[in-house]
Design a protein around this ligand. Structure first.
Ligand code: SAM
Length: 146
């Protein structure tokens, strides 16, 4: 028998999308954790896909990613679907500037008000050379940056 444990996470901040700015606002109890973050050009933002936190989205395991030339049904662990058992979003962003508890970023695919769970710096050793990357044919076009 499989035991499925549950774990607790805390919201450490929130995504703010304004007309001419986009930033992660870190809540005061966690601000000390930002020390030296301004020394990094890119960060990972780990966020809660809040509007997909419902039984239907959390049990959907097969999806058809949008915008594919030829639609294909695939597993949620094989794509970036916002419907998944644990609605965790991961986005690499450019850190434009840091002002107090605000991390100004170039863009993010999360909506205004999205809860933030964690911030991690992007490290160069994590990138994979393009010629070493294997993808299913429906994602091949991403290699050209499209
Ligand atoms: C396809 S998901 C990918 C998220 C992240 N880049 C990842 O790979 O985990 C991004 C989409 O989630 C949707 N989205 C953004 N914020 C959301 C939220 N708080 N709740 C539900 N859906 C959200 C938007 O439609 C956005 O285009």
């Amino acid at each position: 028998m499989i035991t499925m444990a549950s774990f607790g996470v805390h919201q450490i901040g929130v995504i703010r999308i304004e007309q001419d700015a986009c930033y992660v606002e870190i809540f005061q109890p966690f601000v000390a954790g930002l020390r030296h973050i301004e020394k990094f050009s890119h960060i990972f933002v780990i966020w809660w896909i809040s509007l997909r936190d419902n039984p239907q989205d959390r049990t959907q395991l097969l999806v058809t990613p949008p915008k594919l030339e030829k639609p294909v049904e695939t597993g949620v662990f094989s794509c970036r679907s916002p419907s998944r058992p644990n609605p965790i979003g991961l986005t690499k962003v450019e850190l434009v500037k840091v002002k107090n508890n605000r991390l100004y970023i170039d863009r993010i695919d999360a909506i205004d008000g999205t809860p933030v769970l964690d911030i991690k710096p992007y490290l160069p050793g994590e990138s994979v050379p393009l010629d070493k990357i294997k993808l299913p044919e429906w994602f091949e076009h991403l290699k050209n940056g499209s």
